[in-house]
Design a protein around this ligand. Structure first.
Ligand SMILES: Nc1ncnc2c1ncn2[C@@H]1O[C@H](COP(=O)(O)OP(=O)(O)OP(=O)(O)O)[C@@H](O)[C@H]1O
Ligand SMILES: [Mg+2]
Length: 492
């Protein structure tokens, strides 16, 4: 008989406990219980208080107060608390949570319970003293505080980095605006991101992890005695997404972009000076490097370029930098320029194949399957191809009718054949990544005669025209850029 009772009890107890737990969580009574438990716990321990005032004794900003404010307002318990202020951030999409005056918020670190009070003392004369009051058990203080403050630094740095508005820097010529320095900046607004980019999945994951590993490798690079920098080469035919991919990298890393216009660099020392004026956590970009070298459009020496890529100046101009070079082909480039250290990662951007076509159709037309796909696949398998820019263009123009768009791609592929003629040219990153139109010089006299921009001897004018053209195109198409790439990423 007693066995039955025991079995009955063994069954009853878990049911009872489950029921109690369910009621506690369902009715949020668990929070009340926790509060009581903390109240009792607080009375049986001795606590210490540490005050972090907004201003120091000289009335200057206390930097640590700003960090604590970023950290405390980012705690999950702020979201769960029974009262929170909501503010909009710098970016229109940002919503910032903020504690109310004298609100208490709990935190937990390495098993220790810590609470913060957002102290605000307002006086009749309008003066308002702000501070954060940290409360911790005396027995935890020595063990917890040092790593806790380090944790606050790391988290606040990360929050600041994510909230920062990115900038695109473009270099002036040596004689323009010597007072304002060599770089002009505008907000960086390129829409491409690694997630929206139609890209070979393996390649995308490789690039993502390579970039993530790089951002966490400060100690590793310094232990190796190397500058904390990494150089990428993006190469492939025109219109395959190299420039937009740079925009995606910048958005992924939250890095500023320095777009180096070599046609505005007077000599090697000018190039070094430009590099010295760049800041950490940035992408330094030189586009169409092969064309600039092969068409002798630059005034720096070849060794000046090599040193720019991996010279001593590179190691002394700040940390956490990624250099990105784009080329249409590596063929006529001296291998010394492509050695590891100068180029650490090679990424090939090929013309379209059926897989990248599908990504484009999904991105541009929102079509994952279509009755015309088998026909498109067959044409690709016959060797026909086109640049993603050209296909993207056709899809964009016909985006209101996916069938018409796909038929136009089929017609274009059939007429293009295997040369992969580039119907859609690409553009420089600056062409589509900066919001205000850049000042653009009047075309040279010869240009007036030919009724167009004289592309030959006035590279700056041609570049400005292309920038402006790119900008106008950007305004007309307003579609996020997306790519597809060959899964060839050579990492050295
Ligand atoms: N893989 C792709 N998927 C979708 N769109 C693409 C892709 N590649 C290019 N595009 C489209 O074509 C436009 C041009 O691409 P981008 O300027 O990045 O080419 P590029 O490789 O830099 O060309 P260029 O070598 O001429 O500078 C982009 O704005 C984008 O809209
Ligand atoms: Mg480009």
């Amino acid at each position: 008989m007693w066995v039955v009772n025991i079995l009955f009890l063994l069954f009853l107890v878990p049911c009872f406990l489950f029921l109690v737990r369910f009621i506690l969580y369902r009715t949020a009574l668990i929070f009340v219980l926790r509060k009581w438990a903390n109240w009792v716990d607080d009375r049986i321990h001795v606590h210490q208080y540490l005050k972090v005032a907004e201003l120091n004794e000289n009335g200057q900003d206390n930097q640590f107060y700003r960090r604590v404010s970023l950290y405390v307002n980012s705690l999950p318990s702020v979201e769960d608390s029974n009262f929170t202020n909501l503010f909009s951030g710098k970016k229109s999409t940002d919503i910032i949570l903020s504690l109310d005056d004298n609100q208490v918020i709990e935190d937990e670190f390495l098993g220790a319970r810590i609470s913060w009070v957002n102290k605000v003392e307002r006086f009749n004369n309008g003066v308002c003293n702000r501070s954060f009051l940290l409360r911790i058990k005396k027995k935890d203080k020595r063990r917890i505080l040092p790593p806790y403050f380090q944790h606050i630094h790391t988290v606040s740095d990360d929050i600041e980095q994510r909230r920062r508005e990115l900038k695109l820097f473009i270099n002036n010529g040596p004689s323009e605006n010597p007072i304002k320095g060599r770089w002009r900046s505008v907000p960086f607004t390129h829409p491409a991101t690694l997630d929206t980019i139609a890209m070979d999945t393996d390649l995308k994951n490789k690039v993502k992890s390579d970039l993530e590993t790089f951002t966490k490798s400060q100690n590793y690079y310094h232990k190796m005695g190397r500058a904390w920098k990494r150089n990428y080469l993006l190469y492939g035919p025109s219109g395959t997404g190299k420039s937009s991919f740079i925009g995606a990298m910048a958005n992924f890393l939250n890095y500023d972009v320095y777009d180096v216009d070599l046609s505005r660099v007077s000599d090697d020392s000018d190039l070094k000076l430009l590099l010295l004026q760049t800041t950490s956590r940035s992408l330094i970009v030189i586009e169409d490097l092969d064309r600039l070298i092969n068409e002798k459009l630059i005034t720096t020496s070849f060794s000046g370029l090599l040193n720019f890529m991996d010279g001593i100046v590179n190691s002394c101009c700040g940390d956490e930098k990624i250099m990105v070079f784009t080329m249409n082909s590596k063929e006529h480039i001296d291998p010394v320029m492509l050695r590891p250290g100068r180029i650490d990662v090679h990424i090939h951007f090929p013309l379209c194949d059926f897989n990248s076509f599908r990504s484009l159709a999904n991105n541009y037309l929102g079509v994952k399957e279509h009755k015309l796909f088998p026909q498109v696949e067959e044409i690709f398998q016959s060797g026909a191809t086109m640049s993603p820019a050209a296909i993207g263009e056709l899809m964009m123009v016909n985006r209101s009718s996916p069938s018409r768009a796909l038929k136009s791609v089929i017609t274009a592929l059939q007429s293009n054949g295997t040369e992969g003629k580039i119907a859609g040219r690409g553009k420089r990153l600056s062409d589509s990544a900066s919001s205000p139109a850049l000042p653009f010089p009047s075309p040279s006299p010869q240009a007036e005669e030919t009724g167009g921009v004289n592309w030959k001897d006035s590279v700056p004018v041609a570049k400005e025209f292309r920038k402006l053209y790119g900008l106008l195109r950007m305004k007309s198409c307003k579609k996020p850029d997306s790519f597809d790439h060959d899964s060839e990423m050579i990492e050295r």
